[in-house]
Design a protein around this ligand. Structure first.
Ligand code: MN
Length: 236
């Protein structure tokens, strides 16, 4: 018996550069390195998902950087779901990183902030939770991470009391204060750096408040974190 390896033509793989991952409307543009996300970081959202904040601390997961959607581009309704949920979140963009970062020095790593949507195929996530499977197919799909321009931290006057909100077709669906977060921004950076050596360009979606609902083609999404940024796009 013989195995024949056929000589193939050289394959050209296109180099993927930044248009997917530049997030600032002004220069310098912010190049996204990795997307980390926090789940279960608002008590009311944990409850609406049927969880218990005492039994289940916040969790981490990730999305590919190519999932970013910038400049309010429309989002194509994804394949393989009948239940696409919006999750509005404060996004933290890092200018430096490290391992085992102390809470005291965590804020030194922050370049700035934006508002993002952690789109979730909720039906696939429910199946994953039920079967004890990873969340990747529910969370890490194409165009699952719309993000606003990043506002440098030096231009942010008040973060903790800021309102975070999301409307679908002008109707309020999610509305909370950033102070409702279970883990604060420095706590998130500290906890995440226990697992990963954080790098400049990493961005963190910090979890969503309650009010997540399904969207359909044609819906217009508007979202904001007061004083930080806003999003306005359609599902197509
Ligand atoms: Mn989320």
């Amino acid at each position: 018996m013989q195995f024949v390896i056929e000589q193939q033509e050289p394959i050209t793989v296109p180099v993927r550069t930044s248009p997917d991952t530049e997030v600032n409307e002004q220069s310098p543009k912010f190049p996204v390195h990795r997307i980390y996300c926090v789940g279960r970081n608002y008590g009311e959202h944990v409850k609406e998902m049927g969880g218990d904040t005492k039994e289940e601390p916040p969790v981490f997961f990730s999305k590919p950087a190519s999932a970013c959607v910038t400049f309010n581009q429309n989002v194509a309704y994804p394949q393989a779901t009948k239940e696409l949920h919006h999750e509005v979140e404060l996004v933290v963009a890092l200018k430096s990183g490290g391992k085992d970062i102390s809470p005291d020095s965590a804020m030194d790593c922050v370049y700035g902030y934006g508002v993002g949507i952690d789109f979730t195929r909720r039906d696939l996530q429910a199946l994953a939770k039920d079967k004890g499977r990873p969340w990747d197919v529910a969370k890490g799909f194409d165009q699952s991470a719309p993000i606003s321009a990043i506002l440098p931290a030096s231009e942010v006057s008040q973060l903790s009391d800021a309102e975070i909100s999301l409307k679908v077709n002008g109707e309020m669906r999610q509305q909370a204060q950033l102070s409702d977060m279970i883990w604060s921004v420095p706590e998130i950076i500290c906890e995440l750096s226990k697992f990963f050596e954080l790098k400049p360009g990493d961005i963190i979606y910090t979890g969503t408040p309650s009010g997540v609902t399904a969207v359909i083609k044609g819906d217009r999404i508007t979202a904001s974190v007061a004083g930080i940024g806003s999003l306005d796009f359609k599902i197509v």
